[in-house]
Design a protein around this ligand. Sequence first.
Ligand code: MD3
Ligand code: FE
Length: 198
Amino acid sequence: MAIDILPERFDPAAQRALLADIEAVVQAAPWFAPCMPRTGKPLSVRMTNCGPLGWVADIDGYRYQPAHPDTGEPWPPIPQLLLDLWADVSGIAAPPEACLVNLYGPKARMGLHQDRDENEFGAPVVSVSLGDTAVFRIGGTTRKGPTRSLRLASGDVIVFGGEDRLAYHGIDRILAGSSTLLPEGGRINLTLRRVTPI
Ligand code: MD3
Ligand code: FE
């Protein structure tokens, strides 16, 4: 397995059910504003997490931690729909430990980066897109070299494993108005990850 694309893995009814679960997560763990380490420059996305561990970014760096950076409360559990998805598509018997939830407004983007804050690269990252379509870019495991562009639409699931687990990737832009799932527009991306060694 390298990149496994499952277009509309969640049909519109399942997308609404998943969105309701995420709205409950956000009630318990409100959106926080991540920033770049050292500079404190804000990222354009808003974030929250569910699961035993959550990814945070503040002036001190990037890390996984068991509690919300603003409220100090533990992250809420990962919704069953997402645990079932992981069991179906990850090929890993151990459950995911972190589900990062990213919120994109119409102008938000995410620069090309690698995900390397985890201590288990044998497990894939499983991504779910909800709401407006994103123009996603993925390259190889070095910053230079060719990249390709892919559109991620609402309900799509992508599994990034094998050599592509450490591929550079980012979000170039959001196609505002391409979906009516989110009442206020925009896009939510969910990424399920294993953080500690299996
Ligand atoms: C390829 N999120 O949270 S999802 C991230 O749409 C992140 O919010 C983007 O990059 C988003 O770190 C992209 C697709 C994705 C997520 C994780 C990956 C692709 C990946 C990890 C390794 C390789
Ligand atoms: Fe990433």
